[in-house]
Design a protein around this ligand. Sequence first.
Ligand code: NTF
Length: 793
Amino acid sequence: MFSDKKAFQESFKKRLEQSYSISFQDSTRAQQFVTLSNMVREHISSEWIETNERYRKGNKQVYYLSIEFLLGRLLGQNLINLGLYETLETWLADLNIPLDELEEIEPDAALGNGGLGRLAACFLDSLASLNLPGHGCGIRYKHGLFEQKMVDGFQMELPENWLRYGYVWEVRKSDLSVDVPFWGSVDVIERKEGTKFRHVDAEYVRAVPHDMPVVGYGGETINTLRLWSAEMSTMTPMHDVLKYKRETEAISEFLYPDDSNDEGKILRLKQQYFLVSASIRSILRRFLSNGGELKELHKHVAIHINDTHPVLAIPELMRLLLDEYQLSWDEAWHITERTFAYTNHTTLSEALERWPIRIFKPLLPRIFMIVEEINERFCKRLWEEYPGEWGRIEKMAIVANGEVRMAHLAIAGSHSINGVAWLHTEILKNREMNDFYQFQPEKFNNKTNGITHRRWLLKANPELTSLLTETIGDGFQKDAAELSKLAPYADDSAFLQKLWDVKTKRKEILAKRIFEQNGVKVDPSSIFDVQVKRLHAYKRQLLNVLHILALYNKVKADSSYQMAPRTFIFGAKASPGYFYAKRIIKLIHSVADLVNNDPATKGLITVVFMENYRVSLAEDIIPAADISEQISTASKEASGTGNMKFMMNGAITMGTLDGANVEILEQTGPDNIFIFGLKAEEVMSYDKEGGYRSMDYYHHDPLIRRTLDQLVDGTLDDKGLFGVIYDSLLGENDQYFVLKDFESYRKTQEEAGRIYAEDQARWRKMMVNNISGSGIFSSDRTIKEYAKEIWNI
Ligand code: NTF
């Protein structure tokens, strides 16, 4: 289909006309997009079948269970991975169709909130590209993450609708549906052979799989992402059918728009069980139909639990082995513990899932019995290890104080527990999960996150990709470790100039987009200083915006103050119920209004908030950045992955020693990164002692005082909108150390500006050292570590 230009063009036109009964001349970009994508999907179908055939012959399979997959668009990435992008770009151009316009038609598949979901998507790409048998299991939410619309500086949320025109990449497999039971009760039947359990009076929900191909680089391996959609089951009696339909379909209606808290408890728990019950049963079915022996399951199947959301997979596998396949408890537990591995993605206590028994037990009666039994046996082992230490055992229990603690269940039921960056894993071992680490140290390990360079370099930044290819060859495209070959070019002025030109080109592209979206003219020769990520207090967008306001004050007060012109660019969604985060978004807008409209700072400071931050927008923003803001309160950001994407695109990190920034520093060395602020140890010891006195910083630093006063004195608004932010810093003693780190941040920013303006040779060199040191942050490296050290594939 794609080997001959003429044949392709003929077939493309013909299919277009046949599908839409329209002449080629009259066809729309949307119709062209669908036609091309369908051709690509058909093109990979034989490889997809072959991949599955290969897997049937007995390799160990990995299943990555995740409540989120933040995929973004697939057409361009699939074409790149198939090696077809450039060919089709020219062939389509002949027909007067710009390929990038077709790509723009595709909606982002936004089935995730942020880092956790995007990591899952990068991992799928790496698994397929490394030809590893690893598949995703998730939920086919009808509506992905909400669309953010800014109205007068306030965030409004609109329902996202990626399935509106149908979705070209999925294949619905109704015949593989399974029914998932909720509610009802458990009959305990005593028999000679032993006790039997029967879940009766359950309400069933049908889980219908939709499979998506995951195209590996080189096109040899096509893995599967299986997303389950919730529908009415035929096992349901017809009374009150409307109510039943509504409640059933609600399960896969919306992605929870929250990174850290859970609301709508019952629905969320239903989603979790729905995902794992359908997935585990389909995994077992496939395993058994290929002739697998249940007692050997763990030797042929590895199941990964992405955070605690899918942790009910552990009792669900137990249930199946016990109730349906009549294994003994010990046999079932032996298999289960060896099958599962768990990744923790945060130490924020509000994100630790705990389910009240009063919700859990009636919804999932048999699963609750099994969780209780797991807990009893686990506590018994603890008692043997720590006789008499009631306090410790109660702290470690899985069920206690009327709650089920999901992280404890994950730890007890997995053979491996990992954090997502070196520092994060150390904090888990030494603090958050220290009791468990003491009990079973061998289970704990670190797997520093990564990003797929195929999307974040090859796809997002073709300009840089070509320059790198002509400079160090194309080996890095397959193996990102080869980016290190760039190191010698840090002193090659011809190369440095070309690198600068590429960055400028990308800044111009972004400037154009900013003008179209925001109506703001930004200067591509100014420093593009970027913070894009979810809005959260610990990520400290507030520190960034306060610094901008302070800078503005400085320039206003002293017209001789020298600074390199800067464009501050933000992108961030706040969880709809997170009032404080939404107020910070409004603050960014108010500061932008003040600063962008003041002739005194015109051309020096520009502030832009880009609406509806998402994967496809990130692909335009990241290649254009000069400075990458990674300024979380040390110890709070588990890893970060945006930091890695920026680095790979030649931006310099302005960061705290938090998450993976620590490892970025290791790669770049101290001369190629801007580090400031408190260290994790310091933050944690303040946290223990009840914080520091933020008021002292207000009193002793006139710039801080002046800037904070403007939050409440009418400079920014006259409705008292920002009192809540002022209070969080002074009244509530600044939980995230914004004022404590302020001066260190300000000075480091000043230093960055000075180097950019006065020592551009040095800046360019820093860019090279960042790119050449970024190979280790390819998710290929991460996935190889998971494969070897956790999954044993
Ligand atoms: C996020 N966790 C962390 O906050 C990031 O630091 C990390 O890079 C990503 O996970 C990926 O590991 C979450 O989104 C959650 F849900 F756990 F809070």
